[in-house]
Design a binder for this molecule. Sequence first.
Ligand code: BTN
Length: 323
Amino acid sequence: MDIKKAFLKQLAVSEGEYISGAALARNMNVSRNAVWKTVKSLENDGFLIESVTSKGYRLSEHNNKLNEEIIKSFEKSDRNIIVLNEVDSTNDYAKKLASQNAENGTAVIADRQTAGKGRMGRNFVSPSGCGVYISIITRPKFGIETASLITSAAACAVANAVENLCGERVNVKWVNDLYMNGKKICGILTEASMGLEMKSLDYAVIGIGVNVRKNYEFDDELRQRASSIEECTGRKIDRNRLCAEILRQTDIYLENIESREYLREYRRREILTGHKITANTGNTCIEGIAEGIDDNANLIVRLSDGKIMHLGSGEANLCRFAE
Ligand code: BTN
């Protein structure tokens, strides 16, 4: 392991406690001078490290630079994590890795995306230093029926992760938009590759984009609908910690997905139910009352003629003037 990685790992496992230069030098088997040089080099890279004479070094709680060693130590895992300063789309990067046999659980995280992808062909605003853009490769052992639950299970996982770190209630708008105080703070785009037999998934890439900091430059239209955790709560949560918590929660929800128990939580969080909505199902637009979520995470909609539809994919929105 290179010295910078080893140093960051030491700081991360000391969990906010100072660790002396002597202890660092001993643990990494390098000189005190090498420790000092590493600190300077990491500061140059943008890491915020506090140093206090007679105490040593620690990672500042204001550090905003993403790093795989820090994330792994927060998650207490040894999964394969790739952190990039910049990429077109973490989903595209992860799909490439998956097609080259990257293992289950591999995560690709970027500080900035130049062509972040949203659902329905939209782009996902992904500036540097502001959000968490993360794609997780999963190689499900379950069949195709269960695979269609991945996105809704991931929505619950991320909602839990965000709530655990900031203490503010997170709602879900079917299928997978996360809302805080009535505004969208996270979107999820799952892309899958089928196995040859078409009975199972070869892999799925779960792409999660969370708006964390408040300095987003949304256009006027987006500003009406979108916000960030910091804007909603006034809290500056640690992006490395959020990545770790998202990875931890996603593992838990995927492991238990076949029981479908998470659907009870999903229904509690879901905000369209009980309201008049419009839904775009790909080629048609429908209007009706959202009656709930069925056992396959489909949205149940009652049309004006009384007919019931179960929507498996698409996008639905509240009818603003007819609620
Ligand atoms: C949506 O709201 O329409 C879904 C947005 C999904 C954005 C995430 S950010 C990480 C991953 N990489 C992408 O290009 N998109 C997803």
